[in-house]
Design a protein around this ligand. Structure first.
Ligand code: CA
Length: 217
């Protein structure tokens, strides 16, 4: 679980980010303009900042220049797909940037990646009688090792990183098999069936009619 400071003046976008972060187990605090940030930082210690560039009163670049996020990883949210913005954000010390509009899975993947880099503690999760050690790529059920193929493990990792979010078969193929994989979406079904059986996740991995799957935790 991470505490995320969301600095974004468009309420709909900010609410959407907060909702999705909460779905995967994080917490967030919303700030809607540039002036409010330093005040909030006095009583809220975030593990990560999502920082919009265009903000009322003080823009994201100025906030970075003030170095008020000292030591806290920052991901810029930039509306423009402008190279100059990205380069400027990264030069100012941001860890990553996301171009708006973005997909939920992309947001969550970048958040996880930056958090992992910032805090290289062992990533571990347990669901029912299943324990998953991501770094060792080790999965146990009732304390007994479960043999997963690399692909099954990657699929499981994608489902966990996006838990409680419905993912289409195409999205799962992109994320677990890679964008250059031209496979049949039935491949996904086959692997899901194996994961359900191996992990006793029949009630955890839900089939979403006409779409794909969702891991419910
Ligand atoms: Ca804005």
């Amino acid at each position: 679980m991470a505490n995320v400071l969301i600095v974004e003046d468009e309420k709909a976008i900010s609410d959407l980010i907060l909702m999705n972060l909460r779905l995967v187990g994080h917490e967030g605090r919303q700030v809607f303009d540039g002036n409010e940030v330093s005040e909030v930082l006095r009583e809220f210690q975030p593990d990560l900042v999502l920082l919009d560039v265009m903000l009322p009163y003080k823009d994201g670049f100025s906030l970075m220049e003030q170095k008020i996020f000292d030591g806290i990883p920052v991901i810029f949210l930039t509306a423009k797909d402008s190279v100059i913005d990205k380069v400027k954000g990264l030069k100012l010390g941001a860890d990553d940037y996301i171009v708006k509009p973005f997909e939920t899975v992309e947001l969550l993947a970048r958040v996880e990646a930056v958090l992992r880099r910032a805090k290289p503690t062992e990533r571990y999760i347990s669901i029912d009688n299943v324990s998953i050690h991501f770094d060792k790529r080790e999965v146990t059920l009732n304390n007994k090792t479960v043999d997963l193929t690399n692909r099954e493990f990657e699929l499981l990792e994608v489902l966990i990183n996006n838990r409680n979010i419905a993912l289409s078969r195409d999205k799962l193929l992109d994320l677990a098999w890679g964008y250059d994989y031209f496979g049949d979406t039935r491949t996904v079904d086959v692997h899901i069936t194996k994961l359900r059986k191996k992990l006793e996740f029949e009630n955890r991995i839900k089939t979403i009619f006409k779409l794909g799957y969702r891991l419910e935790v």
